[in-house]
Ligand binder design. Sequence first.
Ligand SMILES: Cc1cc2c(cc1C)N(C[C@H](O)[C@H](O)[C@H](O)COP(=O)(O)OP(=O)(O)OC[C@H]1O[C@@H](n3cnc4c(N)ncnc43)[C@H](O)[C@@H]1O)c1[nH]c(=O)[nH]c(=O)c1N2
Ligand SMILES: CC(C)CC(=O)C(=O)O
Ligand SMILES: [Mn+2]
Length: 479
Amino acid sequence: MFTKQLSTPLKLIKRCYNRVTPEIISSLKHQLGEGQISTSQSVREHHGKDESSIRITIPDVVVFPQTTKDVSMVLKLCNHNEIPVIPFGTGTGLAGGVSPLMSCVSMDLTKMDQIVDLHVEDFDVTVQPGVTRKQINNYLKDYGLMFPVDPGADASLCGMAATSASGTNAVKYGTMKSNVLNMEVVLADGTVIHTAGKGRRSRKSAAGYNLTNLFIGTEGTLGVITSATLKLYGIPEMKTSAVCQFKTVGGAIRSTIEVIQNGIDIARIEFLDEMSMRLCKRYSKLDYMSEEPTLFLEFQGSQKTIEDYIELTSQITKSNGGGEFMYTLKQEDTNQLWAARHNYFYAVLASSPNKKSYTTDVAVPISRLEQVVEEAREIINKSGFLGPIAGHVGDGNFHAILLFNPADAEEVQRCNHVAHEISKLALRHDGTCTGEHGIGLEKKLILPEEVGMESVDVMKKLKMALDPKGILNPGKLLA
Ligand SMILES: Cc1cc2c(cc1C)N(C[C@H](O)[C@H](O)[C@H](O)COP(=O)(O)OP(=O)(O)OC[C@H]1O[C@@H](n3cnc4c(N)ncnc43)[C@H](O)[C@@H]1O)c1[nH]c(=O)[nH]c(=O)c1N2
Ligand SMILES: CC(C)CC(=O)C(=O)O
Ligand SMILES: [Mn+2]
């Protein structure tokens, strides 16, 4: 099995944990029932990895709780016996968050898959952790409502809260941080809390510490999220997608910066460089486009608003050397466009079947974006790695997918180093190493550089207060 950065995270685990013994497995069976626990090799392998290239070890056992009470019982048992527990949503993460570093229990939440409560008149819904973003949107469309946060994968909504996910719509609708009103969370000792108070779903609250946002982005290290109350939005009256291609990366990025700085309420603005376009054209058959730096855009609102935005945006792209502003796409072309964007990762992977990928995820203030994309390209070119760049440029967030040969240890190290250099570049420009994928195993060494050692100490104190035995997803996020 391929192992990435194996020595670093293991060396950084300072605690000792107990192993999952046959007695523990019997106790779990006794508590949950035979059908809710698996020790099969294939199930354990599935739960030992996400969609990143990190493979270290696999859990000893996978449990499938069906209720919050089940989650609480498992945590109590594991906490008492000092056994690590790793929450598992849909395993689409990109930072190694579900990969175990030692003997552990993987807690798969997919059987808790109920939509608990929909309030159409208040635009909110409460879901259990197994509900995915596509499932909720299928359910909501009959009510004229939607939940906009859209990582390319069909991730679980609570996994998305756990990683502070976003996607192509965040430039208009925000990320998980601004779209969760309340969460039920089970703490390491089995205590169940509601971060905003049981049943509360007001749009505003000034009642004490913001526990909801505290748990967002904790990647399973502070508690298991067993429900989330989400903000909803009306499905827009009209949507128009557009494509504009450029001779230079700078032209596309400068256009994005000007769109944002001019306050155009763009719904989506996604950048793909020429290499990304070459791979997407091949994989998703975008036949009418060329292999040039490209923006995929979407406008929403009334016909008049959309026309005004298109007028302004096309002036901006033209003044930055953009080609034809293609906005009269047929519905099937629009669907194909956004499907191609969501499948971007697979388009890149398909181009090099023998390689693995390391995806960077930096985000910077919008005024720095052009320089940072340019410098990231220079770093990648100098390194010799293939590394297409694409991303949610309206948020100043972009990804380089670095392709490396997993059989070559030196190349693996060099690839990690290049990714680290790109993260450091973003920090020099007042940005972050991760806009949306999270720290996981990949980026924990750069976290202190980003937030400062004092802030990391506060995080460690929080961890110690809520999970004193350190059983929740050990070795992730904090070194
Ligand atoms: C093709 C493609 C495209 C994208 C992405 C992936 C892929 C494969 N992603 C990344 C991924 O979809 C995103 O990180 C999801 O939020 C992960 O959700 P899962 O349910 O799969 O969590 P997964 O099971 O992978 O777990 C991720 C982390 O959260 C923890 N966790 C999961 N469920 C939990 C729960 N209920 N309680 C507590 N902790 C829990 C886990 O322990 C782990 O640390 C992404 N992301 C993004 O933000 N923007 C994007 O554009 C994309 N695009
Ligand atoms: C592998 C990544 C490029 C996935 C992602 O975040 C995206 O497509 O925006
Ligand atoms: Mn992304």
